[in-house]
Design a protein around this ligand. Structure first.
Ligand code: NAP
Length: 281
């Protein structure tokens, strides 16, 4: 068997085209484009790259996005004050704060300061609580990207066995809750799981978000399974690979996301999609 490749770039282009139409409609109705504020206090090179990537997609779908650089030594009160101002700003419908933060700033303070209405990356306790209760909520964008791939590829979830490897707050845990809502039977594995392969081999849908290059090999995959690789690992010789050994697993799986070109390209698109949803709300 050779797996169907689930092409995140193609899906991303499709969603961007849908968003362009939706934003056009929004502007006709409301007279202004949805607004996105990206706050960057980290000053680190990687977050500048992420911010530019989000700005490019925003421009493509005609969301009005702006990047605010704050000095790395910004006091906690000042950052909180700026976030509270953005909560009240009528031209801003979505707020993202780039991570990682400098050591003196707490992620919890940031998450508690962004209004749930504008929390388009689903980082607040209120968003997490709503997700837990099965109420409408913004989702962490990577988890939302995985769900979007499953939906667009028409992967059946109800009654099926889904195994997630990784239990982070931004990927594994929110995915487990979303998949339960879709009536899947969900198993979450982590670094203390014993006999991981015995569990992954039971998965009809296998989602891997660990951060260990090529750790999932063909013997760990049930023939015909849908495999979603969230991992991004930089190779010493350059380039990136996922957590799934693509070459061997594609011979066993029924469907598989590549890395690069799978979940990654959808993550920022989902941020913009949630920003447009926030604007309508
Ligand atoms: P994380 O916070 O470091 O969590 C990694 C998870 O993997 C933890 O739950 C950890 O278990 C588990 N784990 C570690 N070693 C394991 C092992 N040997 N067997 C089973 N589980 C193991 O990572 P993350 O933020 O979720 O990210 C995971 C990967 O996805 C990374 O490669 C990251 O770069 C990538 N990522 C991609 C995107 C995207 O846009 N595509 C976005 C975010 C992240 P414990 O909880 O027990 O420590």
């Amino acid at each position: 068997m050779t797996a169907v490749i689930l092409d995140g770039r193609a899906m991303g282009a499709e969603i961007r085209s849908e968003l362009r139409d939706e934003v056009r409609h929004y502007v006709q109705q409301r007279g202004q484009a949805p607004g996105l504020a990206i706050v960057d206090v980290s000053g680190d090179g990687a977050s500048a790259v992420y911010s530019r990537a989000i700005l490019r997609i925003a421009e493509d779908v005609a969301v009005s996005a702006r990047l605010e650089h704050l000095p790395a030594l910004t006091p906690p009160d000042e950052l909180r004050c700026r976030l509270l101002q953005l909560n009240e700003d009528e031209a801003t419908q979505g707020i993202i704060v780039q991570m990682p933060l400098p050591a003196h700033l707490s992620q919890k303070m940031v998450a508690d300061s962004i209004s749930a209405r504008k929390d388009i990356d689903g980082i607040s306790t209120s968003s997490a609580g709503n997700l837990f209760l099965g109420l409408p909520s913004f989702l962490p964008s990577t988890a939302a990207a995985v769900m979007e791939i499953l939906e667009r590829s028409k992967t059946v979830l109800a009654g099926r066995r889904v195994v997630i490897v990784g239990r982070s707050n931004v990927v594994g845990k929110p995915l487990a809750l979303m998949l339960l809502q879709k009536n899947a039977t969900v198993t979450v594995c982590h670094s203390h799981t014993t006999n991981l392969a015995a569990l992954t081999r039971q998965a009809e849908v296998l989602i891997v978000a660990v951060g260990r290059a090529s750790m999932i090999t063909a013997e760990m995959v049930r023939p015909g399974a849908t495999v979603i690789d969230v991992g991004i690992n930089t190779r010493p010789q350059g380039g990136i690979v996922g957590d799934v050994d693509f070459a061997s697993v594609r011979e066993v799986a029924g469907a598989l996301t590549p890395t690069p070109g799978g979940v990654g390209p959808l993550t920022n698109v989902m941020l913009l999609k949630q920003c447009v949803q926030a604007a309508w709300q």
